[in-house]
Design a protein around this ligand. Structure first.
Ligand SMILES: Cc1cc2nc3c(=O)[nH]c(=O)nc-3n(C[C@H](O)[C@H](O)[C@H](O)COP(=O)(O)OP(=O)(O)OC[C@H]3O[C@@H](n4cnc5c(N)ncnc54)[C@H](O)[C@@H]3O)c2cc1C
Length: 292
């Protein structure tokens, strides 16, 4: 296996074009355990972490740009970012341990294409876009267009994500991410739920985005739950409708972490809680950090 650490995007694109048997990586916190557990080694590994643009986290006037290979600790430790995107910062802060977060990236979390990847529902509810390097330049797609099935993405051979762009939230908007794991030690989600809620001055919901992880082959937007909120205040009734729509939207598997019935039930409960927390943040009344 050859290893290359380019310092420009062009160099990385050229290296990937030189052989079909290549893989990019950032933190390698998914890649190395997978190779050690017997998955085939690529002939060429391309390390993205030495390309400045891929590790930068930058605040612009109207949006943030997050390098696809930037360590997730760079998000959780960024106070301005965490204030504007508490849910996305919480999701990044749930990935593994401190050691893992000093390596793990949003690009790797997304492109590993696990249905349980914690940052993905939080990126999707915030409308994040992925800028992709291709042999012909760059193209941009929304984050929900990247993972197509467990372990598979829509990226073509030779392509990689350079960075993510996420617009700053409008006024009276809050996001949140909650996950359920069966134990308190490091583990992956039985269900993960992200929400972003915008309220008007009277407390009625004007915009809602809800996405669930680990309940279907890819992260699932719950449009019925979103529709149940728009135009209404956040009440026990609207939250019950959110829970019912979330449970109904799930298409989970049975595995050692939970049965289908359990995952559906948990999805409803988490969706309700995450919407409530995001709405409290939108209203400026949140008193607690929701991370579990
Ligand atoms: C102990 C432990 C605990 C963990 N806990 C969690 C957890 O709680 N929640 C969770 O979601 N994950 C968890 N993970 C999984 C992993 O840490 C995350 O998915 C992490 O974000 C992966 O990022 P990375 O940079 O290390 O990815 P890498 O391992 O470098 O790459 C992962 C995959 O993405 C591809 N890739 C990487 N960067 C790009 C790019 N820019 N463009 C295109 N493809 C790319 C690689 O080719 C590879 O297929 C855990 C892992 C470990 C080892």
């Amino acid at each position: 296996m050859d290893y290359l650490a380019p310092i420009t995007i062009e160099e990385a694109v050229g290296a990937l074009a030189s052989t079909s048997d290549s893989r990019v990586f950032a933190g390698a916190t998914d890649l190395i355990p997978q190779i050690r557990s017997g998955r085939p080694e690529p002939g060429l590994l391309v390390d993205l972490k030495r390309i400045d643009r891929l590790t930068a986290v930058t605040e612009g006037d109207t949006s943030w740009t997050i390098g696809a290979a930037a360590p997730t600790s760079g998000l959780t430790e960024n106070i301005a970012f965490s204030r504007q995107f508490p849910g996305l910062s919480e999701a990044a802060g749930l990935i593994g341990s401190d050691q893992i977060q000093n390596r793990s990236s949003l690009g790797g979390n997304l492109c590993n294409a696990s249905p349980a990847a914690d940052s993905v529902p939080a990126m999707i509810v915030n409308g994040a876009r992925a800028i992709i390097a291709t042999p012909d330049g760059t193209r941009t797609i929304t984050v929900d267009q990247v993972a197509t099935a467990p372990g598979h993405t829509s990226l073509e051979p030779g392509e990689f994500i350079v960075e993510f762009e996420v617009d700053k939230p409008p006024a009276r908007t809050g996001d949140a991410y909650l996950r359920m794991t069966p134990r308190t030690e490091m583990d992956i989600a039985v269900v993960g739920a992200g929400a972003r809620i915008t309220l008007d001055a009277d407390g009625n919901c004007t915009e809602a985005r809800i996405a669930l992880g680990a309940v279907a082959p890819t992260v699932r937007r719950v449009t019925d739950a979103e529709a149940a909120l728009i135009g209404h205040p956040i009440t026990d009734d609207t939250l019950s409708a959110v829970a019912a729509a979330a449970s109904a939207a799930c298409d989970p598997i049975d595995d050692k972490r939970g049965t289908i019935a359990y995952r559906k039930q948990v999805a409803g409960v988490l969706a309700k809680r995450v919407v409530k927390l995001a709405a409290e943040r939108a209203a400026g009344t949140a008193t607690e950090n929701g991370a579990h």
